[in-house]
Design a binder for this molecule. Sequence first.
Ligand code: GDP
Ligand code: MG
Length: 172
Amino acid sequence: MVKYNIVVLGGGGVGKSAITLSFTRNQFVEEYDPTIEDCYCKTCTIDNVECNLDITDTAGQEEYRGLFGDKFMRQGDGFICVYSITAKESLDELGPIRDQIHRAKEYGPCPIIILGNKSDLHQFRQVTYEEGHAFARQSNALFLETSAKDRINIDEAFQNLVMEIRRQAALS
Ligand code: GDP
Ligand code: MG
């Protein structure tokens, strides 16, 4: 069975672990240790084809800039870049992360989906849908707003990314 390495990146507290755990375990964890960096496996059927997803939930933004982070990026087949719709600066943080992914992939194919998470907290919204979408478009990435808490667009995020990985692989 085909295996895809998926790396979840983004600033602290945006919901990387919540998204990963919601997808892999169907549970919303209110307080998850922000320093835990771990790998989760899930077998799923996407577009009628079974595959294994190896998902790395990263923690600690500084590390992305070191060699350690580059390794994740080189090994990743697809990337989930998360910001929170309640924190404008968390979207700004994705610019350098996206650039680092592109460099690590030597500007070859690099399937990315941008997720505007915490969409349930609309009363605290600081980033509009259009702003998130525009950032994704200029990054050549897919885009969804998600809620790990309400489990909105979580399966879709992983499914769309895997379909994009396959699409880009078929092109190259
Ligand atoms: P990480 O540092 O990116 O891994 O962020 P976490 O997954 O640990 O989440 C940080 C905080 O945001 C926790 O208190 C989560 O419960 C909360 N959180 C994560 N996703 C959501 C969401 O979709 N909606 C709401 N309301 N809270 C969320
Ligand atoms: Mg975390």
